[in-house]
Design a protein around this ligand. Structure first.
Ligand code: PGA
Length: 250
């Protein structure tokens, strides 16, 4: 099955509104001929202005958020809801990123709630899963727990509407990228897990991005792998030059 190539930049806690707008103006002409699905996961504060600019420029860039709360609304000081993201112009939301799981102690049950809310609202969730360095020996068990735990109770029709990102924690921000064969093996394993629970069709159509120390120098080898459908790029997405270099290999 032919799956789209999806390359998303995850800016984490980087870029003000002004910096985000300058970035989009710089990136848009560099990628205007690309057939890759391009996305920027920007900080909450920059979401509205960035989404508005992308629309005005008619740029082929999607804009999304990096997180949201697991409740639709309520007394949760400092939090942001799914409807707020949608009104601000988000096309997608990253959920279950390892920094959320490990620094902010998000459980699979909480992520499951967030994925469900995003799907019910019609916002595309990109669910991240990945093992820590000390879990490498039990990688398959960890991926199974995270995948099934985060997607618990979802129907086949719902699972069809999301995307996955495999991000081994030991590769994030370390400069140690996964070997393309290892990324491929993990993506295949995720497809097997999907097939077991939701059927072969879902497994074959699911877009699975790889993330963790992706750079222009290693992105082509990763994308060449059959089951690697895209990339989730942190550090190298902060410069429009390096990010467009990665996209234009896609
Ligand atoms: P990195 O981050 O590319 O800086 O390793 C990837 C991510 O956390 O999504």
């Amino acid at each position: 099955m032919k799956r789209p190539v999806v390359i998303i930049g995850n800016w984490k806690m980087h870029k003000t509104i002004g910096e985000s707008l300058a970035f989009v103006k710089h990136l848009a002409p560099k990628v205007e001929k690309s057939s890759t699905v391009i996305g920027l996961a920007v900080p909450f504060t920059a979401l509205h202005a960035t989404a508005k600019l992308v629309k005005e420029l008619k740029a082929n860039i999607k804009v999304g958020a990096q997180n949201m709360n697991d409740n639709p609304s309520g007394a949760f000081t400092g939090e942001v809801s799914v409807s707020m993201l949608q009104e601000a112009g988000a096309d997608f939301v990253i959920l279950g990123h390892s920094e959320r799981r490990h620094l902010f102690h998000e459980s699979n049950a909480m992520i499951n709630q967030k994925v469900t809310l995003a799907l019910e609202a019609g916002l595309l969730p990109i669910l991240c899963v990945g093992e820590k360095l000390e879990e490498r020996d039990q990688k398959e068990t960890v991926l199974k727990e995270q995948l099934y735990g985060s997607l618990e109770g979802l129907t086949t029709a719902q699972v069809k509407q999301l995307m996955l990102a495999y991000e081994p924690v030991w590769a994030i921000g370390t400069g140690v990228v996964a070997h393309p064969d290892d990324a491929e093996a993990a993506h295949r394993h995720l497809r097997e897990l999907l097939a077991k629970k939701w059927g072969k069709e879902i497994a074959a159509s699911m877009v699975i991005q790889y993330g963790g120390s992706v750079k222009p120098e290693n992105s082509a080898d990763l994308l060449a792998k059959e089951d690697v459908d895209g990339l989730l790029v942190g550090g190298a997405s902060l410069s429009a030059d390096s990010f467009s270099e990665i996209i234009n290999q896609g």
